[in-house]
Design a protein around this ligand. Structure first.
Ligand SMILES: Nc1ncnc2c1ncn2[C@@H]1O[C@H](COP(=O)(O)OP(=O)(O)OP(=O)(O)O)[C@@H](O)[C@H]1O
Length: 246
């Protein structure tokens, strides 16, 4: 089995004469937690949309979960998980209804969904909240539920776009315990974040500056290379090079 869950070569996106993503090439392997960092406007969302089969590269290409991002974008959409702060759960549906809905979208049968729902709710400590409307849950709980829903169909990879925006460090750590669980089960996690404590939790981190990948390594190696005490310092040193304003 191919251990590479993402492989890109020269992946590029231009909007007119503006190059939003500029020839990025990298690989991510099975079970890896890969942090995708960059200042506002660096090109993260544009790159992630291409990886998810939602936007066609202008040049270059790659594979995700074994599928070609240009020719097999439909298969990619069915075989990945996705969660963002902006798009996740339906607030006016109950906890179990959200799970059923997303399980169905990803093609799971009702029997399978029902069995797995119990397991997932128990694991989250949410068994009592099964019939609660999502709108009534605290933000940190919503995020944990949204993550569990995104991986409910056991995709090979889950894309997380700033999944923990707006929550305190203690709740973020609980969220990351779920990420580690998923990674131990072999699910690859591709995560964008603006929180540098989260960057420290990743196996490897890439930092984009003006559309290009400027650094890519483990947090420990990045700190050594840039002679910095923490990822915050590494990030700001590179982000300062950016020509694109906020
Ligand atoms: N559809 C589009 N048409 C023209 N320019 C675009 C389009 N989408 C993105 N851009 C530009 O491409 C650049 C990269 O944007 P992108 O949203 O990928 O950055 P980002 O790193 O995700 O930033 P943020 O952290 O703010 O979400 C920005 O300068 C943005 O204005």
């Amino acid at each position: 089995m191919n251990d590479k869950v993402i492989e890109t070569k020269g992946l590029t996106k231009r909007f007119g004469s503006f190059t939003a993503v500029d020839h990025i090439s990298f690989e991510v392997v099975r079970g890896e937690i890969f942090g995708f960092l960059g200042a506002n406007g660096a090109g993260k969302t544009t790159a992630m949309r291409m990886l998810c089969g939602l936007s066609r590269p202008t040049e270059g290409g790659g594979t995700v979960a074994g599928f070609d991002i240009v020719r097999q974008s439909e298969q990619i959409k069915r075989n990945i998980g996705y969660m963002s702060q902006r798009f996740s759960l339906y607030e006016d549906l109950k906890v179990w209804e959200n799970i059923r809905l997303f399980g169905g979208i990803y093609g799971m049968g009702s029997r399978q969904i029902a069995e797995k729902t119990d397991r997932v709710l128990r694991r989250l400590g949410f068994a009592e909240e099964r019939n609660t409307l999502v709108s009534a849950l605290p933000l940190g709980w919503k995020q944990k539920l949204a993550f569990s829903v995104a991986i409910f169909h056991e995709p090979r990879i889950v894309f997380l776009d700033e999944p923990t925006g707006g929550v305190d460090p203690a709740t973020r750590r609980q969220f990351w315990e779920l990420i580690y669980d998923a990674s131990e089960r072999g699910i690859t996690v591709f995560v964008t974040t603006h929180y540098m404590d989260e960057a420290e939790y990743c196996n490897r981190v890439s930092i984009m500056v003006d559309g290009a990948i400027r650094a890519l390594d483990t947090p420990a190696n990045l700190k050594r290379t840039f002679d910095a005490p923490n990822m915050d310092e590494v990030f700001h040193r590179l982000a300062r090079e950016a020509k694109r304003g906020e």
